[in-house]
Design a protein around this ligand. Sequence first.
Ligand code: MN
Length: 224
Amino acid sequence: MPALPPIPAPVTLPIHESHQRFPVRRIFCVGRNYAEHTREMGGDPTREAPFFFTKPADACVPSGATIPYPPRTADLHHEAELVVALASGGRDVAAQDAAALIWGHAAGNDLTRRDLQAEAKSARRPWDMAKAFDHSAILGALVEGPIADAPITCHVGDRLTQSARLSDMIWSVPEIIAHLSTYVDLHPGDLIFTGTPAGVGPIARGETCTVTVGDLPPATVNLA
Ligand code: MN
């Protein structure tokens, strides 16, 4: 019998101006949470309730890393997003109680193999291989505490590709937490990617992509 594999190391992320690290439990992501992006993806922003997909915790990549261009795609896309990090959990959380679950926030990039996502959509198959691949969750250093309305941007190299405000979200962060907590019991360490504004597009080999959310530390990734 071969030896059992070693117990995997926990996934942790840097905290801004701290030597402590944030332990990641799971990653949930919201689809279509900005009206203009919903339209660019062919949806109707007036009628769709929030829906969710996931990435594995070990898809996390801290800002500044260089990652290999992912396999099985010719159309890797960026998605600039606010990421919410939970300090505590719960089920059937009321929106007015949801802020109390939040530890802090980060800038994030929900990397997407857009060609595989289009194939999955047309074949009515799951999105996992389009969304939940290795190195697919780029995160800036986390900042503790609440966040006010702020600009959210994405640059590929020097080119501004996404520009919106957090207040453009269709579903607010408390509403997202409330909805998500009706599907799963939320837990400390869970991350929630809260959706991307319009302007998603490709990142080519050799390019650098940077997401900013207000004054949060940026989430930058270099494609090998
Ligand atoms: Mn996304």
